[in-house]
Design a protein. Structure first.
Length: 116
């Protein structure tokens, strides 16, 4: 369940923050990345898929959709050594991710997006 939500900026560049359980994340994104992830979510079946959702400073944030009906949002941090990088993640139930998209699309500044 999303317990805290905020969004600021405009469609071309916004920051969205939310909390689920003991985890909190703030993501810088734009309408195109968000809509691509939302489309992927809407067509999600039983296969593992991922897409860039935004970024955290210079580091990409990836949305991962898992076979078991859960999702994760990973900050893909700096490389430690070749083939290994630092990461941080939040795991979400499908319902929480659906709520994230609903809130973000409805509250996107100057946004025309609509959520299911």
């Amino acid at each position: 369940m999303i317990e805290h939500f905020q969004i600021t900026g405009d469609k071309s560049r916004f920051m969205v923050g939310f909390a689920c359980g003991n985890a909190h994340i703030q993501i810088v994104s734009n309408e195109a990345l968000l809509m691509a992830c939302h489309k992927l979510f809407q067509s999600w079946t039983n296969k593992v898929v991922d897409s860039q959702l935004g970024h955290f400073g210079d580091h990409p944030i990836t949305l991962n959709l898992h076979r078991d009906g859960t999702a994760s949002i990973f900050i893909d941090g700096p490389d430690f050594v070749r083939g290994a990088c630092q990461t941080a993640a939040i795991y979400l139930a499908k319902e929480d991710l659906q709520e994230f998209f609903r809130l973000t699309l409805l509250r996107m500044p100057d946004g025309q997006g609509k959520a299911d």
